[in-house]
Design a protein around this ligand. Sequence first.
Ligand SMILES: Nc1ncnc2c1ncn2[C@@H]1O[C@H](COP(=O)(O)OP(=O)(O)O)[C@@H](O)[C@H]1O
Ligand SMILES: [Mg+2]
Length: 327
Amino acid sequence: MVLEYLLDEILRIEHLKKYFIKKSLFSSKIETIRAVDDVSFSLNKGEVFVLAGESGSGKSTIAKLILKSLEADSGKIIFENHEIRNDKKSLEKIRMNCQMIHQDPYDSINPRMKILDIVSEPLEIHKIGNSDLRKKRVIEVLHEVKLEPAEEIIKKYPHMLSGGQRQRVVLARALSIKPKIIVADEPVSMLDVSIRAEILELMHELQKKYEISFIYITHDLATARYFGQRIGILYLGKIVEMGQIDDVLFKPKHPYTQALIDAISEPDPENLNKEKKIRINDPIEIDVYEGCRFRARCPYVIDKCKVEPDLETINKDHYFACYVDIN
Ligand SMILES: Nc1ncnc2c1ncn2[C@@H]1O[C@H](COP(=O)(O)OP(=O)(O)O)[C@@H](O)[C@H]1O
Ligand SMILES: [Mg+2]
C-alpha cells in the first residue's frame, strides 16, 4: 500500500509492528499475538484522526508505540518530517509535542498528589518556567477546562473530585505544555454516560481553538463521527479500512466496517432476514493470521481470502483491504 502524502502532515506512522509472545499457563504452548501488524497512517495539522476497533484490536498498543512508552518491533514514527528514534533528542521532541490522555484517569494521575502538582508535572519534567510561572499556567489551563474555582481546585486531591472533573484534570495536564498532538485513548469510556458528551464537547472546543492534532481512540463510532475527520478501522492489529469519516461510515467497503455500523444501527425490518449476516461474536476456529483476518467471521468469504488482501485505495483517501465488492 502506498500512502498519499498529506499536504500539511504533522505525524506519520509507517509499517508499525508489535508482536507479543504469550505463554500458556497450563502448557508449554507459546502463542504470538500480532497486536500491531504493519500499520501506517498519517495525521494532518489540526486534524482529528480516529482509530476505531473492538477491544484487543491494538489501539492502545499503537498509542504507546507513538509515545515511545513501548518499543516497536519495526516501523517508523515521523514527527514534523523527522524520524523519532530512541536517542534522547528524539524522545524529548516527541514527549514535548505529544501528550497522552488515558482511558482511566487513575492511570495517569497520582492519587497522593495535589491537582496543582499533577497538572504542572509535564512543565516540571520539561523544565519549563519556575514554580510561580508554572502555578500561573496551571490556573490558566484549569480555566480552559472549566474547573472552577481554579484557585481552590489546585489545593485538592483527585479523590475529592468527580470522575468528570478528574478527566478535566487529565485534559488540563495534557494541555499544560501546549502540545501539538494529543493521543486520547478512549478518554470518555470510563465516565458516566451523562457526562461523556460534555467532556467530548470540551475536547472538541479546545481542539478547534488551539488547532491541536488529535489521535482519538475509541470503539464508539458515534463519538468518532462527532469528533473526527478521518478514521482508520482496526481489526486484530491491521487497518482494514481508512478514509474520510463520512465515506467510511456511510459507504463502508469492508465487511468488518459494515458489521460495526450494523451493530449500532436500528434494525431495518427489510434486512432482518438478510442472508449475509456478519458473525460478529462467533468464536474463531482458524488461524486468524493466515489470509484475511476477518475471513472466519465474514459472510462474503471466497477462496481468494486465504491470501491476505492489501490495503488499497479506490479513490483518493479511501482505503480498504477486501477482495469483495460488498455494495
Ligand atoms: N504487554 C502485553 N503483553 C502481551 N500481550 C499484550 C500486551 N499488551 C497488549 N497485548 C495484547 O495485544 C492485543 C492488543 O491489545 P491493545 O492494544 O490493548 O488493544 P485495544 O486497546 O484495542 O483493546 C491484545 O490481544 C492484548 O491482549
Ligand atoms: Mg485499549
